[in-house]
Design a protein around this ligand. Sequence first.
Ligand code: HMG
Length: 444
Amino acid sequence: MTTAGIDAVEIRTGNLKLDLAETFAPEKDEDPAKYTKGLGLHASSFPDAYEDIVTMGANAAKRLMDRKGLEPEDIGRIDVATESAFDHSKPVSTYIAGCLEDVYDDDFHHANKGERKFACVAGTQAIDDAVNWIQAGKNRGRAALVIATDTALYARGDSGEATQGAGAVAMLIDEDPDLVSVDPVQGFGSADETDFLKPNQQFPSVDGKRSMQVYLARMREAMMDVESQRDLHPDDFAVVPFHIPFPGMVRKGAALGFRHISRGTDVEEELAEEIGMQPRLEDFEDEEAYRDALSAYTDDLTETDRYREWYDKTVEPTLGISRYVGNWYTGSVHLARASALREARSNGRNLDEQKLLVCSYGSGAQAEIHVETVQPGWEEEIAALNVEEQLRDRYDLTFEEYEQIHDVHNYDESTDIDAFTTPEEEFVFDGWGRMGERKYTYVE
Ligand code: HMG
């Protein structure tokens, strides 16, 4: 079978930043540690007045195409994953292709374009689609562009407000990829849930606490589905990127994941001397007692050196970027992968041919867990990212400015303000056309 996967990645953050500890927490009369330690977030990124899902996606895609020396004729497919679309019919990929056609000589008229929707897991689903397209031999030597782009905004005062974020991740999916190949092993955990949804509304209806339980339940199912195909062991994986709604959620997901993949292995035996063997359902009279024992075991597990070493090596490095940008919905797990590879590179860690266990999730709800193999070109690819510069250059909002920019992006408000930053060499939103379509220009 043809080896296919992610050949290159680009990250584009919104140009504004809200500091959660310094700016948000005091306004909410809350302890900054709730954000920095509890949720694990320091800042959120926001789109300026001229930015949206199209500009962020197109800017990421353009940098990727320029860097890889690609022309539109090299791309056979453009899939956008988003849950912030502003049109029920015309896909965001057509807007992004339109932007790119303004700056390249050629066009994307022979590329298949679409939009993928399943909350935050849609970015991973779009990668699966592109890999399948290549492995089915339908790509005619061309690559696919997968762009995960979202403005993850909540209504003001909603419990999710602290976890907001905005940004795009563009990925080139190709044969013989330079970054990671996608292995065939895939597990799913999927159920009809109403924990987080947007029924014809811009901002989500969220049952925050329940959404965390649903995240863990679907992850557990997906893990079991993978285990039905192959044995798992904690030391099999160099990096375990999770979907990151906020880093605190990943702490919980990682403990569940480790418990699963160490069950029945030498690691469980080794830990038994300290914290006993894992509880087994058949040893309990009812499910509630079993769940309580499992939760107590998990608490003890996270205090062990064995677990902490595993977590610090495989999970903690995935959180580096998210701590400063918040939830990017569809892009979030792909930021996690990039973040870990970036940290590995700066620490001189050799990841060639190492395995990643990628744990994606979308509310509503579905988890997908799959395996990837790091390819020898990964360091060069990761070295090309300019995410540090982007994070550093963001405009730091006051709370009043945050309220204004939130209103600018709220469809129910008609707030019009001057942008806080000056666009440079980027696509910008430029008003509405005669049929209500959004229009864009490239600013030199
Ligand atoms: P909340 O009520 O604002 O926060 O809601 P909290 O009181 O639960 O505190 C958060 C954590 O901080 C807790 O940690 C506190 O103990 C701790 P935990 O007990 O859970 O480990 N804390 C402190 N720590 C240190 N010092 C302190 C302090 N104070 C408190 N002083 C909630 C939090 C997540 C519910 C909220 O932010 C929310 O509704 N978020 C949106 C929903 C969400 O992100 N759900 C996650 C799972 S669903 C998902 O991932 C899908 C999603 O990405 C969408 C999609 O798929 O499309 C959201």
